[in-house]
Design a protein around this ligand. Structure first.
Ligand SMILES: NC(=O)c1ccc[n+]([C@@H]2O[C@H](COP(=O)([O-])OP(=O)(O)OC[C@H]3O[C@@H](n4cnc5c(N)ncnc54)[C@H](O)[C@@H]3O)[C@@H](O)[C@H]2O)c1
Length: 368
């Protein structure tokens, strides 16, 4: 650990929901002495700039990255718009926190990973769930052999369709995104992180599009199975087409991990705190007016309380800033892991499309 922490000049590229959350956390960090904010939308950059007391504001990420004060960058643009800002930040040799997924196309993800590895910049990707105690506890039990040899994992992710509708609205090509690529990637990362000693060799999946297909050419749900080299199996299902009245704000998850000597089950459905109200929320996650019941805690970044974000995205951002200024080791996902998660989610989609098992790994050529 460095005894003398380094100062941080932070670029925030993409001042949407996540850019604001992370920016507010960064503004409180003792080593961040310069913040530059970039967004294409004037209302977003002005809002975030005022909330984080920004030193520099622009709509051009190249202009921001050229500022000599900048030493690190958060890339929090829309999912399909990460690539150009990442490549520009890599060019400047900045420490990077990139939102998931690394890219939405496998060929872009390959390109980005290559550039990151070649430059040796320290780049982490926002798999925020790794900062929740329940997943850390599970990781530790698996890692220390409390379950014996893990032989089967199941994950079931249920999501309110508001997230899917928002994502399909923001993209120009609905075929480029899917429940697996955008959201299933969180559950998949948690499981693959726990299974990191095992090599996935095949995926078999099916999808359905009866609800979102007619609405936005979207996919509702995908279920599938990964087989590992040693024969162990991971069964994953996700639906992001639950009706708007479903009380979960975003993500509800159930995971079961069985091994030769133990089993661990995690109920992460957030049914433990239920809010019912006729009053609209003003801060943090503001769901659609049709939703009047809320499973608190089901918004993955966390919840606002006393004017500050509380929850995993705060811890993830603080730990990243500590990593940058003091060289600490953290459990953030690496760019290589993020590329692996995109490859696996694309393989689920490919298997569902071809209606056959797909050998792993796949590359951008297999997608073509
Ligand atoms: N880890 C988590 O729990 C979590 C939660 C939500 C979102 N995310 C991820 O964070 C990212 C952002 O999501 P969001 O919900 O904040 O989206 P958002 O739509 O609220 O914000 C994205 C912002 O990026 C801006 N932008 C796009 N291209 C730009 C460019 N070239 N230069 C400057 N600004 C640009 C847009 O104008 C927009 O304001 C996505 O990758 C998403 O998947 C992660």
């Amino acid at each position: 650990m460095k005894k003398q922490p380094k100062r941080i000049g932070l670029a925030i590229i993409g001042a949407g929901r996540v850019g604001l959350f992370r920016g507010e956390v960064a503004a409180r960090h003792p080593m961040v002495d310069f913040i530059g904010v970039c967004d294409l939308k004037k209302d977003r950059r002005d809002l975030v700039a005022s909330k984080v007391n920004a030193d520099f504001v622009t709509d051009d990420f190249q202009e921001l990255l050229q500022r000599k004060e900048i030493t690190a960058a958060i890339i929090s643009t829309d999912e399909h718009l990460h690539v150009e800002p990442i490549l520009a930040a890599v060019e400047r040799n900045l420490s990077l926190m990139i939102e998931k997924p690394l890219a939405t196309e496998l060929k872009d993800s390959e390109r980005v990973l290559k550039a990151i590895q070649k430059s040796k910049v320290d780049a982490v990707v926002g798999y925020t769930q790794r900062f929740r105690r329940r997943w850390l506890a599970a990781k530790e039990k698996v890692r220390t052999g409390q379950l014996g040899d893990v032989t089967m994992v199941t994950s079931r992710a249920f999501m309110n369709r508001l997230v899917a509708l928002d994502n399909y609205r923001r993209t120009s090509d609905p075929s480029k995104i899917s429940p697996m690529v955008i959201s299933g990637t969180h559950a998949l990362d948690i499981v693959m992180w726990m299974m990191e000693a095992k090599r996935p060799v095949e995926v078999y999946a099916r999808s359905i599009d009866k609800a979102l297909g007619p609405l936005c050419k979207g996919i509702d749900a995908t279920a599938g199975m990964i087989t590992f080299e040693d024969g162990s199996i991971y069964h994953a299902s996700i639906s992001w087409a639950l009706p708007v009245v479903w009380p979960g704000a975003v993500y509800s998850l159930e995971v079961g991990i069985t091994g030769t000597d133990g089993v661990l089950t995690i109920d992460d459905t957030h049914r433990d705190i239920v809010l019912a109200t006729t009053v609209s929320q003003s801060e943090g996650y503001a769901p659609d007016a049709a939703r009047r019941v809320d499973f608190l805690g089901s918004y993955p970044p966390g919840d606002m309380a006393l004017g500050e974000l509380r929850g995993p995205m705060r811890e993830e951002t603080e730990q990243w800033l500590n990593r940058v200024c003091m060289g600490l080791t953290t459990q953030h996902a690496t760019a290589a892991e993020a590329h692996n998660r995109l490859m696996l989610t694309k393989a689920f989609d490919l298997s569902a499309k071809l209606k056959r098992a797909v050998p792993l790994p796949i590359s951008s050529e297999d997608m073509a």
